[in-house]
Write a protein that binds this ligand. Structure first.
Ligand code: NAD
Length: 377
C-alpha cells in the first residue's frame, strides 16, 4: 500500500504519519510539502521526517500527475491553515486551499487513487449560536480560510465516484503535542502562556464555544477515512464533522482546566470584549455512527498534561512566543519580509546559504523543480 500525505511537514502531518506508520508498518508513506515550516521544530533533536519513506519538497499547485502513480490513498493536509494566514495571504489561500486541492484530487483520480481525504474545518460554520451544527446545517464561512474550505468541498463532491471515494473531514480546532507544535491554537496557547508567563489572558469574555480535537484523534479519523471507509459507508463523497460532542468547550472552561493542571496560573478575562464571531458548537453524531472504532480517545486533562510535558522538556520559557517560530503567521510574515518566500509563487521554500545566495536565488533555482529525498531505506 502506498499513501501520499500532502502538507506533512506541518503541525498535524507528523502525527498523522506516525499514526499511519504504526497502523500499517508495511505501507509506503510519501510526504509532499513546500517546507514552509520545516525548521519550526519544538525540539531540534526530535526530527519527525525519519518516519516517511520518501519526502518530496514540492508545491501542491504544480505537482505532476505521475506523483500519484501506484498510490492507494491521498491525505491532503497542505494548506495555508488558519484565519490570520488567510487574511494576510488571501489570494494564495484561495489558490492553495481551494484550487490546488481540486487539481490534486483530479490528478489523483486520473492516476487511479482509490481514496482522497480532505482536511476541512468546522470553521465553515462561522458564527452559529449555541445550536450544535450538523453536516446538514447551512455553512456560514466568514473568512478567506473558511471560504476556501467550503469551495474545495463543493468541487471535490463533483469528482467523487465509487472508485474515487472522497471524505471531507470538517475537523474541530486541533490541540495537543506535535513535533511541530503550534502555539496559535487556543489550548496550546493557554498552556504555553501558563508555563512561560504564569498567566492566561482571554481576549473575549470567555463564553464563546470552540469544538476541539486532539491531533492524535485527528490521525485516527484520517486512518478510518483513508484506509477503511468505502462508498457504502456514507457515499462516494462524504462531508463529516470530525470530533466529539463532549469536546465542545467554552473558552473560559479551557482556561480553568489549564489553571487546574498548572497551579498558580492567573486567568484574566476581557469582560468588555465585543461578541466573538467564531463561537459555534458542532454535532459529531454522524461521525460516531459511521466510525465507531475510530472515535476520539484523548482527555482534555491528558492533552494539557502532555503539552506541559513537551514544553518543559524543550525548556520552553519564551514569554514572547506569539512572535516565534511556533506561530504560523509570524513565520510566514518573517520569511516574506526577509525576501525568502513569496507564497503567491508556487515552489518549495529554499533557505539561502549566504546573503548573496539570497539575492540570486530567484535566478538560480527553478521553482517548479521537485526534489525527492528518500527518507527510509
Ligand atoms: N490546526 C487546526 O486546528 C485545523 C483544524 C481543522 C482543519 N485543519 C486543516 O488540517 C490541515 C493541516 O493543518 P496543520 O494545522 O497541520 O497546518 P500547518 O500550517 O501546520 O501545516 C500545513 C502544511 O502545508 C504545507 N503547505 C502549505 N502550502 C503548501 C503548498 N502550496 N504545497 C505544499 N505544501 C504546502 C505547509 O508547508 C505546512 O507544512 C490543513 O488543511 C488545515 O486547514 C487544521
Amino acid at each position: 500500500m502506498r499513501i501520499c500525505i500532502t502538507g506533512n511537514l506541518g503541525y498535524i502531518g507528523p502525527c498523522v504519519i506516525q499514526h499511519l506508520r504504526a497502523a500499517n508498518p508495511d505501507a509506503t508513506l510519501v510526504g509532499i510539502d513546500t517546507g514552509y515550516f520545516a525548521g519550526c521544530l519544538l525540539d531540534p533533536l526530535h526530527y519527525p521526517e525519519s518516519v516517511p519513506d520518501v519526502q518530496y519538497y514540492a508545491d501542491v499547485r504544480t505537482l505532476p500527475e505521475e506523483m500519484f502513480a501506484g498510490v492507494d490513498a491521498v491525505v491532503h493536509l497542505a494548506a495555508l491553515s488558519n484565519d490570520p494566514l488567510g487574511s494576510r495571504f488571501a489570494e494564495a489561500t484561495g489558490e492553495i486551499n481551494h484550487l490546488a486541492t481540486v487539481e490534486v484530487a483530479k490528478k489523483a483520480r486520473q492516476a487511479g487513487v482509490r481514496s482522497f481525504v480532505f482536511a476541512s474545518s468546522c470553521s465553515v460554520y462561522g458564527l452559529a449560536g449555541t445550536m450544535a451544527r450538523t453536516e446538514e446545517s447551512e455553512v456560514n464561512p466568514l473568512t478567506a480560510y473558511a471560504k476556501s474550505k467550503v469551495h474545495a468541498e463543493i468541487d471535490l463532491a463533483e469528482l467523487a465516484t465509487d472508485d474515487f471515494v472522497v471524505t471531507c473531514l470538517r475537523f474541530a480546532t486541533a490541540c495537543g503535542a506535535s513535533p511541530r507544535l503550534r502555539l496559535d491554537l487556543v489550548i496550546n496557547d493557554f498552556v504555553a502562556s501558563a508555563v512561560a508567563v504564569g498567566q492566561i489572558r482571554i481576549l473575549s469574555d470567555g463564553t464563546p464555544w470552540r469544538p476541539l480535537i486532539a491531533v492524535r484523534d485527528m490521525a485516527r479519523a484520517i486512518e478510518w477515512a483513508a484506509l477503511h471507509r468505502t462508498a457504502g459507508e456514507g457515499g462516494a463523497c462524504l462531508v463529516l464533522n470530525a470530533g466529539s460532542d463532549s469536546w465542545n468547550w467554552q473558552v473560559r472552561d479551557l482556561a480553568a482546566a489549564v489553571a487546574e493542571a498548572i497551579p498558580g496560573t492567573q486567568i484574566s478575562i476581557n469582560s468588555d470584549a465585543p461578541p466573538d464571531s467564531r463561537s459555534y458548537r458542532v454535532d459529531f453524531g454522524l461521525f460516531r455512527s459511521l466510525a465507531p472504532g475510530f472515535q476520539p480517545q484523548s482527555t482534555l486533562m491528558g492533552t494539557i498534561a502532555e503539552l506541559k510535558l513537551v514544553l518543559e522538556r524543550a525548556k520552553f520559557s519564551d514569554t514572547n512566543f506569539r512572535q516565534s517560530r511556533l506561530v504560523r503567521l509570524h513565520v510566514l510574515s518573517s520569511l516574506t519580509e526577509d525576501g525568502l518566500l513569496d507564497v503567491g509563487k508556487p515552489g518549495p521554500i529554499r533557505y539561502p546559504l549566504t546573503a548573496t545566495d539570497s539575492q540570486s536565488r530567484g535566478a538560480a533555482l527553478d521553482p517548479q523543480e521537485v526534489l525527492s529525498v528518500p527518507a527510509r531505506a
